[in-house]
Write a protein that binds this ligand. Structure first.
Ligand code: KIV
Ligand code: ZN
Length: 512
């Protein structure tokens, strides 16, 4: 019998709990749009009781997203469930996701509750949530370290109370695949009512076993797996959606008729967007979406792949949407050809957006004759999902060399005026950043700086990613250019614009 595993994506909730990730509502909506195109079945849009921003973000996701179920997380408290209900108002397919811990460790040290009290809280939260929506998911936090008999009692009670999905999290990523598979099998045996609902798993990657544990659960009959894009999430993260989906697809010979609804060609693009907006870079050797995932370095491998791809490639890069075709748009190509190309790539910008993109691409083609689709995607992302530009780089000039102290002059357009300054630094990037600081005066601290080429080749586009802290909050920035110093300046200004946006557009010089 064919089985389609439901993908419950929690990039916007557990993923957003990754240390240093801080998405604004507009960024969450953008990611939700990509998740819809990826065809996830459920989008967990947030935990509304935690902040007004999260509540607002879920409301905006509800207004934008048409097809997937939208879930909002709530503890077993009525106030949390009320917030989830409010966040999901007007949603076509709403799900309230309520949870409480069931392990003795959590009961004793965190909740300070008895097992009977937890049973009661689990049951009454599901009953309360059922007053507002039909689709209720219950998660037994730290299920994998809970006493099996007690866990089964909780599951029985919440199903009776009206839960439609019961989720078994391996909250601390402690399980091994055989153990976790056995746990699912035992739950199904001991609680026959699980046949009537959707059983789900949520695995953390503390021991690098999240994917293996999720697959073991699938083999033992769960119908839903919780995942995040690029595997981001609390601590070492969650099961990565791209890994789960490609494991099922690539090893169909082993998994048989088990599949997902995911549109695989959207995987790479979604991975890039999530990385860009969260500021969490994808490690080069990351399965499926890492830069090296389809790169062959050794001569023997290259030789093999040139002769026959299947010698060393078990998946095709095109299957996840990595297109390395060059864009054939000559200098004289018009807007129509450009729009057709964008449509082919899955983008349908408005007239105004098209115009901006067209000008940007033409400018680039003056410097660089051929653009790859990957490079084009990076530019589209940068142009279409731009934060409001309170500050805009007008120009920069740098005087540097191995015998001189680097000195930068920078001009920034700000409130319709050009503001210029100059400063020295330890290196050219430091000089540019110190000059920008002199102009703008935000008191931030640079945490990370990284640079990479979007594709191979000497004339590749350079992409700079930075993270900085603003009053304890971590903000990321990204800049793209054929010139790495320009990309560096843009990344810094991008992060500063995000800060001003987070401050509600108000800007006060931190020095005054
Ligand atoms: O890890 C966990 O247990 C969770 C639950 C809220 C599902 O994130
Ligand atoms: Zn989790």
């Amino acid at each position: 019998m064919p089985r389609v595993i439901q993908i419950f994506d929690t990039t916007l909730r557990d993923g957003e709990q990754s240390p240093g990730v801080n998405l604004c509502p507009e960024e969450k909506v953008e990611i939700a749009r990509y998740l819809e195109r990826l065809k996830v079945d459920v989008i967990e849009a947030g935990f509304p009781t935690t902040s007004a921003g999260d509540l607002q973000a879920i409301k905006m996701v509800v207004q934008t997203i048409k097809t997937p179920v939208i879930a909002a997380l709530a503890r077993t408290r009525q106030g949390d469930i009320d917030a989830a209900r409010e966040a999901l108002e007007g949603c076509k397919n709403p799900r309230i996701h309520t949870f409480i811990a069931t392990s003795d460790i959590h009961l004793k040290y965190k909740l300070c509750k008895s097992r009977e009290q937890v049973l009661e809280m689990a049951e009454s939260s599901v009953k309360y949530a059922r007053k507002f929506v039909e689709d209720i998911q219950f998660s037994a936090e730290d299920a994998s370290r809970s006493d099996l008999d007690f866990l089964c009692r909780v599951i029985e009670r919440v199903i009776k109370a009206g839960a439609s999905v019961v989720n078994i999290p391996d909250t601390v990523g402690y399980q091994t695949p055989t153990q976790f598979g056995d746990l699912i099998r035992k739950i199904k045996e001991k609680v026959p009512a699980t046949d009537k609902i959707m059983l789900s798993v949520h695995c953390h990657n503390d021991l690098g076993l999240a994917l293996a544990n999720s697959l073991a659960a699938v083999e033992n009959g769960v119908g839903q797996v919780e995942t995040t894009v690029n595997g981001i999430g609390e601590r070492a993260g969650n099961t990565a959606v791209e890994e789960l989906v490609m494991a099922l697809a690539t090893r169909a010979d082993y998994y048989g008729n088990i599949s997902s609804n995911i549109e695989k060609k959207e995987i790479y693009r979604t991975s890039r967007l999530v990385s860009k907006l969260t500021g969490m870079l994808v490690q080069p050797n990351k399965s499926i979406v890492g830069r090296n995932a389809f790169a062959h370095e050794s001569g023997i491998h290259q030789d093999g792949v040139l002769k026959e791809k299947s010698t060393y490639e078990i998946m095709k890069p095109e299957s996840i949407g990595i297109m390395n075709r060059a864009i054939v748009l000559g200098k004289h190509s018009g807007r129509h050809a450009f729009r057709v190309k964008l449509k082919e790539m899955g983008f349908e910008p408005s007239e105004k957006e098209l115009e901006k993109l067209f000008i940007r691409v033409k400018e680039l083609m003056d410097k660089k004759q051929i653009l790859s689709e990957q490079e084009m995607e990076v530019i589209i992302e940068e142009e279409l999902y731009r934060v409001p530009e309170f500050f805009k780089l007008s120009y920069f000039q740098i005087f540097t060399g191995n015998k001189f102290r680097p000195t930068a002059t920078v001009g920034i357009e700000w409130n319709g005026k050009l503001v210029e300054e100059a400063a020295c630094g330890e290196g050219p990037v430091d000089a540019i950043y110190r000059t920008i600081d002199r102009i703008i005066g935000l008191n931030t601290k640079l945490l990370d700086y990284s640079i990479k080429a979007v594709t191979g080749g000497k004339d590749a586009l350079g992409e700079v990613n930075i993270r900085l802290t603003d009053k304890g909050v971590i903000i990321s920035g990204r800049g793209i250019s054929t010139d790495i110093l320009e990309a560096s300046a843009k990344a810094y200004i991008n992060a500063l614009n995000k800060i001003v946006k987070k401050r509600g557009g108000h800007y006060g010089d931190d020095r005054s």
